[in-house]
Design a protein around this ligand. Structure first.
Ligand code: G
Ligand code: G
Ligand code: MN
Ligand code: NA
Length: 250
């Protein structure tokens, strides 16, 4: 397929770029890190969003090539920051089918000079449901290196509680479909409070995704949600946009 061929060339020819979205402390507003989100700067189509090419990449081994490109680019970038902020990278289920994933990631960290404690991997439940035992083994090895693991889009899957019980997550990211309704829906507010309770009890920090209004932010601060991410703080942007916050690069 044409798009697949173009995407392979894009990965090899450096047409991909990363945008970064800040994650802040809800209590103090302090910047804690960024989520890296891939985009394709297509020569004729312009900036292509990930939803338009990640599913295609996932149909083949291209996702492995793309996933490594993202990990390397994000690690190289974060290694240059003078502040020790975290960088979060999204992983696809297919990447977890590589038995040597932890070693591959460690090699990228060594190559780029990023401390493992500064890398966070965002995973979804699909990834775990495919093969529970294998996923758990891989997660444990990643954590042993000092890499942290976040459960992405929490609340939208179909076995969230079983997954939370079985897996050693450091962080839960509450899906924006709940966060976006806390002011207008009593149910959404109850669900967000319940997830915060789960996080506290299980020793996992909680990030609210898709925070768009001051009222949502006040709710989250009042409920002692650890972190917030969303358009209220900033849209995902090229890293140059955050030059001041990351400390001057060399
Ligand atoms: O950046 P945006 O908000 O358009 O992201 C849309 C979706 O694409 C999100 O679900 C996000 O997790 C996913 N995504 C963005 N960057 C990456 C990436 O580098 N790898 C994978 N696997 N998914 C990504
Ligand atoms: O699935 P994941 O959480 O990785 O995807 C992040 C996606 O959410 C990106 O596509 C990003 O652009 C989008 N996003 C980030 N903040 C907001 C927000 O405040 N509102 C909405 N609607 N989308 C957001
Ligand atoms: Mn994510
Ligand atoms: Na998410």
């Amino acid at each position: 397929r044409d798009l697949e061929r173009d995407l392979r060339q894009a990965i090899e020819g450096d047409e991909l770029i990363l945008h970064y979205q800040p994650q802040v402390s809800t209590a103090t507003g302090r910047l804690l890190g960024f989520e890296a989100l891939v985009r394709w700067e297509h020569p004729t189509r312009g900036l292509v969003p990930p939803n338009a090419f990640i599913p295609l990449a996932e149909e083949s081994d291209l996702i492995l090539l793309l996933g490594e490109w993202v990990l390397r680019a994000a690690s190289r970038e974060a290694a240059r920051w003078s502040r020790p902020l975290k960088v979060a990278v999204n992983l696809s289920p297919r990447q977890f089918q590589q038995a040597d994933l932890p070693e591959r990631i460690l090699a990228i960290l060594t190559e780029t000079g990023l401390a493992p404690t500064r890398l966070e991997l965002e995973i979804t439940e699909t990834l775990i449901i495919n093969d529970m035992a294998r996923a758990l083994g891989i997660l444990r090895r990643l954590k042993a290196f000092g890499i942290s693991i976040a459960m992405d889009d929490f609340g939208t899957g179909y076995s969230s509680l079983a997954t939370l019980q079985a897996f050693p997550f450091d962080k839960i990211k509450i899906d924006r479909s709940f966060v976006g309704h806390v002011e207008v829906s009593a149910q959404a507010a109850v669900i967000v409070r319940a997830v915060l309770g789960l996080g506290r009890s299980l020793g996992m920090s909680v990030v609210a995704e898709g925070v768009e209004t001051d009222a949502q932010m006040r709710f989250l601060a009042a409920e002692a949600c650890d972190e917030a991410q969303g358009y209220l703080i900033s849209k995902p942007q090229p890293i140059e946009h955050f030059a001041e916050q990351i400390g001057a690069c060399e």
